[in-house]
Design a protein around this ligand. Structure first.
Ligand SMILES: CC(C)(COP(=O)(O)OP(=O)(O)OC[C@H]1O[C@@H](n2cnc3c(N)ncnc32)[C@H](O)[C@@H]1OP(=O)(O)O)[C@@H](O)C(=O)NCCC(=O)NCCS
Length: 152
């Protein structure tokens, strides 16, 4: 069973390990390698930021990934990554659960590289619709927004 819990400072090194294993060229817009020091500074800020909703994705209480919503203007930008158990529907479930943690009426946006086809599929399955494309850091990027909103 998939569940979400809010991140704590103790999750810093686990998330760093996940980031180091991630194919950043596919999933991230900052594909430079990140030092533990840079990561820790970034992580502390995120954990303390009241406009950031940051969760660990758990499968039967085992941490398998993370999902984050960063406030940008009046919108929230979603980032999600599973470190393991991909392709089993858990990503879609995590996206759905995460979106329900935000207030109804808030716009949730996902920026996904066009070549990241599995991620695009996952967001479509989680009721996101593509509203356009744009070039971000020389990468053709699809812009998705959540179609339906409900409150948990
Ligand atoms: C994006 C991500 C969270 C999706 O989670 P996931 O658990 O792998 O995806 P799901 O299993 O929920 O599946 C979504 C769709 O992709 C398909 N899919 C996923 N992995 C697949 C694989 N290895 N082979 C074939 N199809 C696959 C699923 O079948 C499903 O489509 P369907 O419902 O039509 O069958 C995960 O792949 C991931 O962590 N990717 C790296 C980080 C990333 O790219 N994040 C996106 C930027 S925000």
């Amino acid at each position: 069973m998939i569940g979400l819990r809010t991140v704590t400072e103790a999750d810093c090194s686990m998330i760093y390990k996940w980031i180091c294993r991630e194919d950043l060229d596919l999933s991230s817009f900052s594909s430079n390698s990140i030092s533990l020091k840079e990561h820790s500074e970034w992580f502390q800020k995120r954990v303390k930021d009241k406009d950031c909703f940051f969760f660990i994705v758990e499968l039967n209480r085992d941490p398998i990934g993370s999902i984050r919503f960063d406030k940008v203007g009046s919108d929230f930008v979603i980032s999600v990554a599973l470190d393991k158990y991909r392709g089993k529907g858990y990503g879609v479930e995590a996206i759905k659960q995460g979106c329900k943690r935000l207030m109804a009426g808030e716009r949730i946006i996902a920026y996904i590289k066009k070549k990241n086809t599995l991620s695009i599929r996952a967001f479509e399955r989680a009721s996101f619709v593509m509203i356009g494309t744009k070039e971000i850091k020389c990468q053709r990027t699809c812009i998705f927004v959540l179609k339906e909103r409900g409150r948990k």
